[in-house]
Design a protein around this ligand. Sequence first.
Ligand code: SF4
Length: 106
Amino acid sequence: MEWMTSALCAREDPELFFPVSATGPALREELAAKRICLRCPVLRPCLAWAIDSGQAYGVWGGTNAEQRAVLRQKAGSSAPARLSSAEPRSAAPSDAPTNPAPPRAD
Ligand code: SF4
């Protein structure tokens, strides 16, 4: 997953991207994370990977888990093939780290 080397979130507090709930301060953290995603140069491959690999927690590609579930449902059963067009299949979920947070660049 070469795109992770350009991930803006690698320089941010991981707690922003994995808020503990969707209300109160956690909601503000989620919104702050999504604002970072909007400036991220790898938003598209990140989102495609998160949907393809079924990431059930955290903010990935400017979306939370519920939003990704809706996107996955709308894409239907052919979702992996279509969503992966933004990233080569060599970056398939089998390469996925066990820790859902992107690796830090430093
Ligand atoms: S979660 Fe994805 S889109 Fe958001 S900053 Fe990290 S790499 Fe970029």
